[in-house]
Ligand binder design. Structure first.
Ligand code: SF4
Length: 353
């Protein structure tokens, strides 16, 4: 079964196109000081290696805006400048090579300042992500809807989109963020109905690695399942590389990405006689760089393991001090516990595609 995705306008961010029928692109954001070019480039390179396709940096100072030029030169993925409050930083970011800027038109100053940013974006053909979030919802919308609501968020975003359209620019991406997952889902449904710009989807302030992963997976999972979303960011209070891992897994789980080894493992139970938790973690690390599109099962026992591993291409099932190598549910051979990982690795390295 596959998800029917909503068609949107196509927007080009550097070399990456989002929207239309293009795959959902994975984004992350650096947490180094953008002014520190060396540290920022090092982090971006790690994120690129992990699978990040669009990278965003905060631009809180003119020094950061100017640093974008050198950062841009040293990286491969499109660079998005995240700007709040100061329209001059948005202009400088565009002039210094940003492939997209993210602004909240509501906090960038008056209309004249917004127009100056839009004119610069037009000149360089740089897309603008119009971002609104629950924390910065306008007073009149708070009053109209009696607080922060999905309708208020969607209306706020649409108002800003219209402002920029009236300035003659439609090279836009839209984002609405809320840490309330259900509100976020509803707001995305409303906005996807009413506008055809690609949507950047994320659950904001999702939390630490554990709670952030759960909240993001639930929120992104529902929104993407509805065919909404063209680029995603999992936002975690932690190493941004973790965001990429989660984003990839969310997309794969929904069938929106192919490729890579999928590891399934059993939850263990009273029948387990080997250290399966450690083994499953080792298998997951071991397969990370293996360029195969197959399913690997790591099961705790020989009673149910082979049967439960039937849907996998290859698997191992633990016994007492030994385990079984299984292919498509058929037992291939017995292997000592300490050799299970290496045996599986060799099988994968020699896998006939
Ligand atoms: S595969 Fe075996 S050890 Fe794992 S949960 Fe099932 S019965 Fe228990």
């Amino acid at each position: 079964m596959s998800i029917l995705r909503k068609k949107t306008k196509e927007i080009k961010i550097g070399d990456v196109v989002i929207g239309g029928s293009h795959p959902v692109a994975i984004q992350s954001m650096t947490n180094t000081k953008t002014e520190d070019v060396e540290a920022t480039v090092a982090q971006i390179q790690k994120l690129e290696a992990a699978g990040c396709e669009i990278i965003r940096c905060a631009v809180p100072t003119m020094e950061a805006a100017l640093a974008l030029k050198e950062i841009r030169r040293q990286i491969h993925s499109p660079l998005v400048a995240d700007i709040h409050f100061d329209y001059r930083l948005a202009i400088a970011a565009i002039e210094n090579g940003a492939d997209k800027i993210r602004i909240n038109p509501g906090n960038i100053g008056n209309e004249e300042r917004l127009r100056a940013v839009v004119e610069k974006a037009k000149e360089y053909q740089v897309p603008i992500r119009v971002g609104v979030n629950s924390g910065s919802l306008e007073k009149h919308l708070l009053e109209k809807y009696g607080g922060v609501t999905a309708r208020g968020l969607a209306e706020s975003a649409l108002d800003k989109v219209r402002m920029i359209e009236e300035m003659g620019y439609d090279n836009l991406v839209v984002s609405i963020k809320s840490s309330d997952v259900i509100m976020c889902v509803k707001a995305h449904e409303l906005i996807a109905e009413k506008c055809s710009y690609p949507l950047h989807v994320g659950i904001t302030e999702a939390g630490t690695v554990y709670s952030g992963n759960v909240k993001s997976s639930v929120g992104l999972g529902i929104i993407l399942y509805e065919g909404i979303g063209n680029t995603i960011r999992v936002s975690l209070t932690g190493d941004p590389v973790e965001e990429i891992k989660t984003a990839k897994l969310v997309l794969k789980t929904l069938g929106l990405r192919k490729g890579g080894v999928e590891v399934v493992s059993c939850p263990t139970c009273g029948r387990t006689r080997i250290d399966l938790i450690d083994l499953a973690n080792q298998v997951e690390d071991m397969v990370a760089d293996i360029p195969l599109d197959i399913k690997v099962a790591v099961m705790g026992c020989v009673v149910n393991g082979p049967g439960e591993a039937r849907e996998a291409d290859i698997g191992i099932a633990g016994g007492v001090g030994e385990g079984l190598l299984i292919k498509k549910g058929e037992i291939v051979k017995k292997v000592k516990e300490e050799e299970l990982l290496e045996t599986l690795r060799q099988e994968l390295l020699n896998w006939k595609r």
